[in-house]
Ligand binder design. Structure first.
Ligand SMILES: Nc1nc2c(ncn2[C@@H]2O[C@H](COP(=O)(O)O[C@H]3[C@@H](O)[C@H](n4cnc5c(=O)[nH]c(N)nc54)O[C@@H]3COP(=O)(O)O)[C@@H](O)[C@H]2O)c(=O)[nH]1
Length: 802
């Protein structure tokens, strides 16, 4: 018969005298087991060890331990221990049973029943229909069981311990107590386990925190390295910065001192970098600086130092220099490297730089002095020979001091308005009349007297005063011209020089417009002179600004033409009105065939582009005559007038003088002969001999004087001695051949040097070679023949032109 015995059914039942269940020993053992088991890595293993131990101690056929640390009894961790008899049961069946047991226990727990009552509660599920068919309970041998909750320290139920089917008889009250004790021990073990888990979690989070801390430490370390890198390096180029330079330079000096070596400190500054940066943008500027940095690194040895000193300034420290000459060689190469074009956004940027350097131990013993002296030398280069290099000389220090005081005085001059405008007339070469005035600034220095613009305009540009000065010049020149016009003088233009920085000023067009309207001067009476080199620095921007200025109605002139390497295609695109031939070409125009050739070419190009040409720096009539022959349109120079104060210029405008051009132009044809010989006696006798030929005869005692006469007069035939002091006859004729190819040239030589004569004839420089002493008849007939030859070739030239 099925006999289910549970404790509650027989609460009064006494404990059997002999019981395998030994409580104290059991708890001790189980305690030990639990402690041992907890050290096992796997928690399931722990539970299994516990239930096995419990079954052995309790004499039950089955012990099941369920553990639900988070109170979810549908999801418990279970361990079972079965006697041989129970092995056939599927432990999974017990899962369901356990769930129900737990829920019952929970209900019991909620109703705050005591342990015994909880145990009573188990009778409830025993009678429940749901378990009626449960294989476990249906087993003929299963006749009694005991179940007790396992409570956490906070009294919540976290598990249950089920003892089923005591082998040796019914479960007794004693059994319940012992089992409760066991449950208590297990509960403490679970607590321990839970704490262990928490500790593990804490440890895990601690490890995580530790890792996080380690990462942060690494990040901080990296940042510290970055900061240390940045504190020693230039961010843009990656080169050493000022602070690293000082440290390294000091070290290099110590080494050089120890090894008795020469060391060079080189300071390098890019020319007009600000202009490039402003016009092409900062990205282009950055690209230039990075490229230059790389080029510098590549141009020196690894042991040398390359630093960016700030802005567009770099410093090289060249260790162990064998001599100053070796340093110069290296710097020459560096200059060439830097001048290589830089590609940027489909265009080539050309950069030049200026260099100054000092040498250890000659020019200084410490870093500061060597850097200061290299900087002084750099200033000198910038002043005298941009794009080159200079080495430090002690006298430069004095010049630098002067410059610094000039700078202070210039600032003062702007505030005190110590400037004055002078005006130099410009003359039309067709009418001979004044048609314009160039405004030229002068600084009336209280101590040094008049300072010319070349001495302070570049400084004003450098220290940022040029806009203020330029604005004053523009206003004063326009107001002055308007007031002269108001006084009734014939209307002329006034030309104002614009410096590079002034032209690139953002508001320049607006400024010109305002000045014109404030002064009341019509725009067509204002000429803006822009130097050729300036216009070519950034031609596209220049074109844009010029176009904007042209819309105002002003005229634009390209100043110093011929010195700025014009790109002719840009010249065509510039919206300009005139070109001013630089004084440098005019100066030797009568003696230097190249200058004459350049001048002729400039005039020809300008006329082809429909531009007027003004020649500046004309000091002599011969220069003027030559330029008239070349059809130059206007002139400016001391020959007509020096720059005048406003007062003197007013006077000049009243007098309104003009150049008598007809006196200079030669229109009527008359056979003209130039005799060149350093012996006066020969000049007189030839002149006398040729009198019957009715020639217009000119004489010169040397080649220079002859060239002057050539410029002033139209000469057909030249008779020249071969041996002359200074320039000899052959050299003279080769120049004449280039400058005046249509002249007929005869050598009259005391020597018969056939080689020289043949060479000259072959080069086409000479028409005839005659010898001294001459036979009168022969000389007369040769001269006559030379004129006929000359006239015949003139006719031929005319015919071919026609
Ligand atoms: N940005 C500005 N630049 C200016 C301004 N005023 C002048 N300048 C520039 O300074 C340079 C030197 O000028 P300056 O010393 O006045 O010399 C001018 C003439 O005096 C001189 N000149 C004229 N004729 C002759 C001559 O026959 N012989 C001779 N040796 N010199 C002569 O030439 C200078 C005029 O040059 P240019 O302007 O090229 O026509 C000079 O470059 C000026 O441009 C200013 O206000 N702003």
């Amino acid at each position: 018969m099925l006999r289910r015995r549970i404790l509650t059914e027989r609460p009064s039942m006494s404990l059997p005298p002999s019981n395998n269940y030994q409580s104290t020993a059991a708890s001790k053992d189980i305690n030990q087991t639990i402690v041992n088991a907890l050290t096992a890595k796997n928690f399931n293993e722990t539970l299994t060890i516990i239930v096995n131990q419990c079954r052995q101690l309790s004499d039950a056929n089955q012990v099941t331990l369920s553990y639900a640390p988070d109170g979810d009894f549908n999801n418990t961790i279970q361990a079972h221990s079965f006697s041989e008899k129970y092995k056939e049961y599927n432990p999974l069946d017990l899962q369901l049973l356990n769930g129900e047991i737990f829920r019952d226990l929970q209900r019991a727990n909620k109703s705050r029943r005591k342990t015994q009552k909880e145990l009573v509660a188990h009778s409830i599920w025993k009678n429940k229909e749901i378990f009626k068919d449960h294989s476990c309970l249906k087993h003929p041998q299963v006749c009694g069981y005991l179940i007790t909750p396992i409570r956490a320290i906070d009294n919540s139920i976290i598990g249950a311990l089920l003892f089923s089917d005591k082998i040796t008889g019914d479960f007794t009250l004693r059994d319940t107590k012992r089992i409760e004790q066991l449950a208590g021990v297990i509960a403490r073990a679970f607590d321990l386990q839970m704490h262990q888990e928490k500790i593990d979690q804490l440890l895990k989070s601690l490890t995580k925190q530790q890792r996080l801390l380690e990462d942060q430490k690494q990040e901080l370390k990296k940042r510290a390295t970055d900061i240390s890198y940045l504190s020693k390096h230039d961010e843009l180029t990656g080169l050493d910065n000022r602070s690293a330079l000082k440290e390294k330079l000091q070290w290099s000096i110590s080494m050089a001192e120890l090894n008795h070596q020469i060391l060079a400190v080189v300071m390098l500054d890019l020319d007009h970098f600000k202009l490039v940066n402003d016009s092409l943008g900062h990205q282009a500027g950055d690209k230039i600086l990075i490229t230059i940095g790389t080029r510098l690194i590549n141009s020196v040895r690894q042991a040398d130092i390359v630093a960016r000193h700030g802005g567009d300034e770099f410093v090289l420290v060249l260790n162990d220099q064998s001599s100053a000459a070796a340093t110069l060689n290296l710097l020459q190469r560096t200059l060439e490297d830097i001048q290589q074009p830089i590609q940027y956004a489909n265009q080539e940027i050309n950069v030049t730089c200026s260099i100054g350097f000092s040498l250890f131990p000659k020019d200084g013993q410490d870093a500061e002095t060597l850097l200061k002296h290299a900087d002084t030398a750099l200033h000198q280069t910038k002043k005298d020979s941009r794009g080159q290099f200079s080495f430090f000389r002690p006298e430069m220090q004095k010049e630098l001091q002067e410059r610094v005081s000039l700078e202070t005085e210039l600032r003062h001059a702007v505030q005190q308005n110590e400037f004055e405008l002078h005006y130099q007339p410009q003359v039309d070469m067709n009418s001979g009349n004044i048609i314009g005035l160039e405004a030229l600034i002068r600084w009336q220095h209280p101590r040094l007297g008049v300072i010319p613009p070349a001495q302070f305009i570049p400084l004003a540009e450098e220290i940022g005063l040029i806009s203020q000065i330029g604005e004053w010049v523009l206003k004063t020149a326009c107001q002055q011209n308007k007031s002269w016009q108001n006084e009734g003088h014939s209307k002329v233009t006034v030309a104002v020089n614009f410096s590079a920085k002034q032209l690139m000023q953002t508001n320049i067009v607006q400024l010109v417009n305002n000045v014109l309207s404030e002064s009341g001067l019509e725009a067509r009476y204002l000429v803006i002179e822009i130097t050729e080199s300036l216009s070519m620095t950034d031609p596209e921007t220049t074109i844009t600004i010029m176009q904007a200025l042209k819309t105002l109605g002003v005229k634009i002139s390209i100043d110093d033409f011929g010195t700025g390497y014009s790109n002719l295609s840009y010249l065509k695109r510039f919206p300009i009105d005139e070109i001013k031939i630089d004084r440098a070409f005019v100066k030797d125009i009568t003696t230097d065939p190249h200058d004459l050739a350049i001048t002729k070419t400039i005039i020809a190009i300008a006329h082809c582009l429909d531009l007027k040409v003004i020649a500046e720096g004309i000091e002599t009539q011969s220069q003027l005559a030559l330029l008239i022959q070349q059809k130059c349109d206007m002139m400016q120079g001391y020959y007509f007038s020096r720059p005048l104060t406003a007062e003197s210029c007013s006077q000049l405008l009243v007098e309104n003088p003009s150049i008598k051009l007809d006196e200079i132009r030669q229109n009527k044809y008359q056979r003209s002969l130039l005799i060149v010989d350093d012996e006066k006696r020969i000049l007189s006798s030839i002149k006398r001999l040729l009198r019957p030929l009715k020639l217009n005869i000119f004489e010169a005692e040397n080649a220079e004087a002859a060239l002057e006469l050539m410029a002033l007069h139209k000469i057909d035939v030249i008779l020249c001695d071969i041996m002359m002091p200074g320039m000899d006859g052959i050299e003279f004729f080769s120049r004449i051949h280039q400058m005046y190819p249509e002249t007929t040239r005869i050598i009259l030589s005391g020597q018969t040097n056939f080689n020289v004569a043949t060479d000259a004839i072959n080069r086409g420089a000479i028409y005839k070679f005659l010898t001294k002493p001459w036979k009168n008849d022969k000389l007369c007939s040769e001269i006559e023949a030379a004129f006929r030859h000359h006239e015949a070739s003139f006719e031929q030239r005319n015919e071919s032109v026609e």
